[in-house]
Design a protein around this ligand. Structure first.
Ligand SMILES: Cc1cc2nc3c(=O)[nH]c(=O)nc-3n(C[C@H](O)[C@H](O)[C@H](O)COP(=O)(O)OP(=O)(O)OC[C@H]3O[C@@H](n4cnc5c(N)ncnc54)[C@H](O)[C@@H]3O)c2cc1C
Length: 509
């Protein structure tokens, strides 16, 4: 099996020269390179080696507690010790106060090294962001420092048996008690619902405070232990058996009068939860990119060594000498490189704080494109390896199994497409996207982008005439094609000016 190698050069090239992070006032390319190199070394040395054994061993439930696969607790201790959980938390709460772009670097590397472990640790920045935005000063002071130090990990408890995509069906009930609240009900599919890595777990729970549909939903902070150190009434009733991510415990949780405190205003739970989810969506886009990049790395290494068939002069050749194999390798590479550029464009726009409508528009587009890219890349990679791709040995089958969920969770891709077509495109977010593409057209010249914009504008106009939901899938594809035209132009310009690897020049034409 090809050991994991972090695609750090590609990541920095994409951030610096394609998404143009260098336009941001506080972007420090040298610091990004240093942080990326440190994390890459840690991921390659300590996290990635646990990926295969973790997948084979899985998590288990013993005496009501979840045990992670062997070695995960030690790796997490090193991760905390080295300060990685505190990367983006504010300095006043024990964090390092770095921007979201640093996290974009480490998140992709982490997911490529070990998606399962990244899942369990990855909700901390979103939880911190939610606390910063909606928490009281006292809640911030009590909860952020232990999240930044690694003492506490966070979960996001939304899903219930009757409430998947449709959160208005949430039934988990919150009842005022004394100065706080208690929560009772069942949550399912909760990533990291329990584990033996962090001392504590902070559950962010969406629960019902009244029967008034989504307006009756509020968000709660529910720690796994009470102030006196006793365990709160949150019990893991089962770990789901699933296709992939075997080292990420997907838990069913029973809350039985669990002590909790309200965060944000009563009835505003969904809005508060979206602070956490919007961060998580771009993080999931990077999971897709990570799987595509890993697939490329494995497939390329294999195709360069495996000898099959003959070349034009009759001599034996390696797989990568066959035009059809090269076609597949280039396609996998393009999926990784273009997906990363799109996700980075969304991150850089978010950090610039100048175009929130464009961020709203790009977030679901990046989520959909990058997650589908990860799945497609793993499938193509398997094809490159032939029968060996289907075996466990080369791990592409794990990449495929692990990548598959990304188009389902954090909002199924169909729902993002529907939101794009029915809510975002007709309003200011659609205008912001049209303005962005027009700017790109003026900037890079050529007729391709302006033709793509015309096509997109007529698809947008049709949404108003017909049922937007019925056209959502097609409209998402048209939007992806349009934004990829801009990404292609950016990649070509960056490759011309900044000493890009030949393969990048080749795949972006
Ligand atoms: C490994 C894993 C980890 C997870 N982690 C968490 C977690 O940490 N916290 C948490 O709260 N949840 C988590 N989930 C749950 C996940 O977010 C849900 O599975 C997801 O929201 C979809 O809900 P559902 O499975 O009930 O599918 P359903 O809502 O039943 O939807 C099924 C399909 O129907 C389509 N669909 C449904 N509604 C619409 C609509 N309105 N418009 C268009 N299409 C629609 C979609 O294509 C969807 O794929 C996790 C799930 C898995 C498998």
């Amino acid at each position: 099996m090809k050991p994991f190698e972090a695609p750090l050069g590609d990541i920095l090239f994409s951030l610096d020269h394609v998404a143009q992070a260098s336009d941001l006032p506080d972007w420090d390319a040298d610091l990004a390179g240093e942080i990326g190199a440190h994390f890459a070394a840690f991921a390659q040395g300590e996290i990635a080696p646990l990926d295969e054994p973790g997948d084979m061993q899985g998590c288990r439930l013993e005496n009501g507690r979840v045990l992670m696969p062997d070695g995960f607790d030690t790796a997490y201790a090193a991760y905390s010790e080295q300060g990685w959980p505190s990367l983006t938390a504010p300095e006043e709460f024990g964090g390092q106060g770095l921007g979201a772009l640093m996290l974009a670097i480490t998140s992709e590397v982490f997911s490529g090294a070990n998606h399962s472990l990244q899942m369990v640790t990855g909700l901390v920045p979103g939880a911190v962001r939610t606390l910063l935005r909606f928490g009281t000063p006292d809640q911030k002071a009590r909860y952020i420092p232990p999240l930044a130090s690694g003492e506490t990990l966070a979960t996001m408890c939304l899903t219930e048996p009757e409430a998947g995509s449709d959160l208005s069906r949430v039934r988990c009930k919150a009842t005022p008690e004394g100065s706080g609240w208690t929560i009772s009900g069942e949550k399912i599919f909760i990533s990291g619902g329990d584990q033996n890595m962090s001392d504590r777990i902070l559950h962010l729970v969406l629960a019902r405070t009244s029967d008034d549909g989504v307006k009756g939903l509020s968000l709660f902070l529910c720690p796994c232990t009470r102030a006196d150190g006793s365990r709160n009434s949150v019990v893991v009733t089962r770990i789901e058996e699933k296709m992939g991510l075997h080292a990420s415990p997907t838990c069913q949780l029973a809350f039985d009068g669990a002590e909790a405190e309200l965060i944000g205003a009563e009835g505003q739970g969904l809005m508060a939860m979206f602070t956490m989810m919007n961060h998580a969506r771009l993080d999931v886009a990077l999971q897709g990119v990570a799987h595509a990049a890993r697939s490329y790395d494995i497939a390329c290494a294999y195709a360069a060594e495996r000898v099959q068939g003959r070349g034009p002069d009759g001599s034996a050749v390696t797989l990568d000498q066959h035009a059809d194999v090269r076609r597949m390798l280039d396609q996998i590479d393009w999926l990784a490189v273009s997906g990363r550029s799109l996700a980075h464009l969304a991150f850089v726009t978010m950090e610039s704080e100048t175009a929130p409508d464009l961020v709203d528009f790009l977030t679901p587009v990046a989520k959909v494109y990058c997650t589908e890219a990860g799945i497609k890349a793993a499938e193509l990679g398997m094809q490159v390896l032939g029968g060996y791709g289907y075996l466990r040995e080369y791990r592409l089958e794990q990449t495929y199994r692990d990548a598959r969920i990304t188009s389902i969770y954090e909002g199924a891709n169909g729902i993002h497409a529907r939101m794009l077509a029915t809510r975002l495109a007709p309003g200011p977010a659609g205008d912001a996207f049209a303005g962005f593409v027009a700017q790109e057209s003026a900037r890079w010249g050529g007729a391709e982008i302006s033709r793509a914009l015309d096509t997109w504008q007529s698809a947008r106009a049709q949404l108003a005439d017909q049922d937007g939901a019925a056209q959502a899938h097609g409209f998402m594809q048209t939007t992806i094609d349009t934004v990829l035209t801009c990404i292609g132009a950016r990649l070509r310009a960056a490759a011309d000016h900044h000493d890009a690897p030949d393969r990048i020049k080749r795949i972006c034409g």
